[in-house]
Write a protein that binds this ligand. Sequence first.
Ligand code: APR
Length: 165
Amino acid sequence: MASVEVARGDITAQRVDAIVNAANESLLGGGGVDGAIHRAAGPELLSECRLLGGCETGDAKATSGYRLPARWVIHTVGPVWGGGGRGERGLLDSCHRRSLDVARELGARSVAFPAISCGVYGYPAALAAPLAVAAARAHGHDLELVRFVLFGDETYAAFAAAASG
Ligand code: APR
């Protein structure tokens, strides 16, 4: 069973086997953590992403990490928050479960997640955090470490509270 940690910081600096990217369905980059990961990884990341043919919301696909400390990037696409009545919970759970399945398939032992969907996609961190932590505990088997790496006080507080439960 993986240990689940919560930390403040920049996910691109994480020295783990795989970092998870909060991408969009094109997988062709964007702002937020997606932009930060592409900037840190370098242009080869986009070149490899172009070969993946996109990614459905709730699914996850892996690439190399290139110039990142992490060996792999697992790109997942979170749901856009629409108030909670459009299957957002199930899709966000699927993002975490699929990302952890892909990590296991790669042979990764340590994985770092950002707060998927909690930025541009508008998912309230107070609702996302308990779901994300529960998914890490439920699906983190065969991994040693799952770390949530958060920007901002509110997001960090939500995940720290969820992880202490
Ligand atoms: N390290 C860790 N967390 C970060 C970093 C970083 N370097 N940069 C941003 N974040 C945080 C944000 O503060 C937010 O809490 O990641 C969380 C997710 O926010 P977004 O990056 O906006 O991701 P999301 O809400 O899932 O929206 C995805 O945004 O960038 C585009 O291409 C992306 O269209 C997609 C959409």
